[in-house]
Ligand binder design. Sequence first.
Ligand code: C5P
Length: 310
Amino acid sequence: MKPMVRLLLFLLSITAICVFWGEHTLYIAPQKQRFCACDRCLFENNTLAIEGLREFPQPLLSRNYNLPEEEYNWWRRLQPGGGSISDYRKNIERVFQLISDNPPLEASSPGRCRTCAVVGNSRNLLKSHYGPLIDFQDYVIRINRGHSKGFEADVGNRTTHHVMYLESASQLDNTTRPVLFTFKMRDLPWITRVLSTQPSGKKSIPRKSLFNKDLAMVVNPAFMRYIHQVWLQKKGAYASTGFMALALALHICDEVHVFGFGADSDGNWSHYWEKVPNKKVKTGGHPGNVEYEMIEELARHQILKFYTGW
Ligand code: C5P
């Protein structure tokens, strides 16, 4: 056989071997459509029986949103304070004259993995050493009087979002997003008041706003009702602020890590910075056990990761 023909045959055999190996070894299975870029996206393989857990269209209020009367009537009965729906609408209009419209929530996308830590205020955080794990997440959501100073090793020191309402509010730094809950009519003028930087007693010193108004978000009362009805099956008076913060996280994050939830051995919601002053306080009007069981259930179905503390 001529050398040229031998070379050709040799090259042909090499090509045939490569094609054979390629087909058998380099086969890549077709990729399943992903919702996000995390190892496991929220509700990707939803095996939980409760329908519609992450389907609330508008968890945050916006300038042009009109709260339906039925939702308003539920909200109005949460705490004493009264008022008509037109009072409510006027107050909300004033709030939105001061704050920028809430940004629409970004939908998950295959290229994004936004991780969140929701940090409740339970005493089970003490000695947990969760601090670095909490700070490692993209968003760190703290609640009410939850704070870091003196507890950094256990609770971390970053805060991107701070969930609060009139009675639990504290001064935030300029970069933290205030996530505002309202429970009664009086809470609405409170928002406008703390946002207006009017002069204080001394003429030259303007009163400092409690938080950066450009970052403020106001939670939709209809979302609060939905959590109570759909998530908690109407147990208790209404959901705790912490539980609602967790539900909100499931709407804005791709991966949710939950810390600092759980009553003490007497069944009280004691805090990591103080012993509970009144042993009969339990979990207030909130369905503490139902909320805790729901978090456990969500963790069992790998919808979130639950760190139960020390
Ligand atoms: O007590 P506080 O309402 O400030 O705590 C914030 C949230 O943390 C509560 O609304 C509740 O959901 C959760 N919490 C808890 N167990 C505790 C204390 C608070 O689950 N011992």
